[in-house]
Design a protein around this ligand. Structure first.
Ligand SMILES: *[C@@H]1O[C@H](CO)[C@@H](O)[C@H](O)[C@H]1NC(C)=O
Ligand SMILES: *[C@@H]1O[C@H](CO)[C@@H](O)[C@H](O)[C@H]1NC(C)=O
Ligand SMILES: *[C@@H]1O[C@H](CO)[C@@H](O)[C@H](O)[C@H]1NC(C)=O
Ligand SMILES: *[C@@H]1O[C@H](CO)[C@@H](O)[C@H](O)[C@H]1NC(C)=O
Ligand SMILES: *[C@@H]1O[C@H](CO)[C@@H](O)[C@H](O)[C@H]1NC(C)=O
Ligand SMILES: *[C@@H]1O[C@H](CO)[C@@H](O)[C@H](O)[C@H]1NC(C)=O
Ligand SMILES: *[C@@H]1O[C@H](CO)[C@@H](O)[C@H](O)[C@H]1NC(C)=O
Length: 256
């Protein structure tokens, strides 16, 4: 009976981990309620127009679009905020209406490219003048890191699923294999979570920037915040990591 409880606990923890990771994978796949509410990063640019106006004294016309279905990455106008997932990002004109890029496993986290490719070209040039050279604008570096993080998370998800499956037959050998998958999966998820945490930290460097003159600095009006999916990845790591001990105990002590 004690053995059953031990295996049950391990399976439950591996299941929770897998479920959390599946939710992370659907983040920002489209604008339906569940994918929309899960994101790794949120970039709110709603104050950028006012900041440009305050810094340049020019009227800032046509920077934003209100057309929620206008396609992304085609210089059709900036949206109010952008949410990023593993396979695509979505941009919203208000809390519920927005549009997403096509999903692709080639997708990279490049918030600066996402913003500037939506602006009219004259604003893209102005933004490049202001922000290029900042860590936020280093799309190559963020893009490469996000590729690595993606493969770590995918492998971690597969390991969590395999740990769960191999933990079902009540047998010391399969519990041993589950323990192995739980250990390897935890390592993959830990690396993926760490890379994402570092990338978001880097992107958040834009939050404190000011534009305008030294006598009249204006906050840039771009705000990067952590989305719930990052916490879900860390929770998935914690859960799979916690399953290692009960799997290990089952493997060594189970008398079927
Ligand atoms: C989002 O994707 C799900 C699953 O593919 C689908 O059922 C849903 O209709 C989609 N929603 C929108 C708004 O496209
Ligand atoms: C974006 O930032 C503005 C100004 O700080 C705030 O009023 C607005 O609620 C934010 N929008 C979202 C979706 O967070
Ligand atoms: C950028 O172009 C748009 C459309 O041509 C125009 O309305 C806007 O005033 C221009 N803005 C700047 C800062 O040049
Ligand atoms: C978009 O909507 C806001 C408020 O609803 C309005 O102030 C703004 O003029 C609109 N912009 C365009 C380009 O229609
Ligand atoms: C919004 O954008 C879509 C896609 O580009 C276009 O078909 C539609 O006519 C636009 N709507 C308005 C009101 O401009
Ligand atoms: C969001 O924008 C869409 C399209 O512009 C509009 O139909 C919808 O009513 C808006 N929703 C809210 C909550 O403002
Ligand atoms: C996105 O997918 C649609 C339909 O599958 C396709 O027509 C469109 O060209 C794609 N867009 C991009 C930017 O790849």
């Amino acid at each position: 009976m004690r053995g059953e409880i031990c295996v049950g606990t391990a399976s439950f923890l591996a299941f929770v981990s897998l479920l959390l990771l599946i939710f992370v994978h659907v983040s920002q796949i489209n604008t339906s309620t569940v994918p929309r509410s899960i994101s790794l990063v949120k970039v709110n640019v709603s104050s950028y127009g006012n900041a440009l106006h305050a810094a340049t004294f020019d009227p800032i016309d046509g920077l934003y679009t209100n057309n929620s279905s206008a396609s992304l990455e085609s210089n059709a106008g900036l949206r109010q905020f952008y949410l990023f997932g593993l396979y695509s990002h979505c941009a919203y004109v208000n809390d519920s209406a927005g549009t997403c890029t096509n999903h692709s496993i080639q997708n990279q986290f490049q918030p600066y490219s996402a913003l500037t490719s939506d602006m009219l070209l004259n604003y893209t040039d102005l933004t490049n003048f202001i922000l290029s050279g900042t860590p936020f604008a280093n799309s190559d570096s963020l893009g490469h890191s996000s590729r690595a993080a993606y493969w770590m998370l995918l492998l971690g998800t597969i390991c969590a699923a395999l740990a769960l499956l191999t933990g079902i037959p009540k047998n010391n050998l399969t519990f041993f294999i589950s323990t192995g998958f739980a250990i390897i999966g935890s390592i993959f998820i830990l690396i993926g979570a760490s890379i994402w945490t570092a990338m978001i930290k880097k992107a958040q460097s834009v939050n404190g920037l000011s534009i305008g003159t030294t006598t009249n600095p204006v906050p840039v009006g771009i705000e990067v915040t952590i989305g719930p999916a990052l916490f879900m990845i860390w929770a998935a790591f914690a859960s799979l990591f916690a399953s290692i001990i009960p799997y290990m105990v089952s493997c060594c002590t189970y008398r079927g």
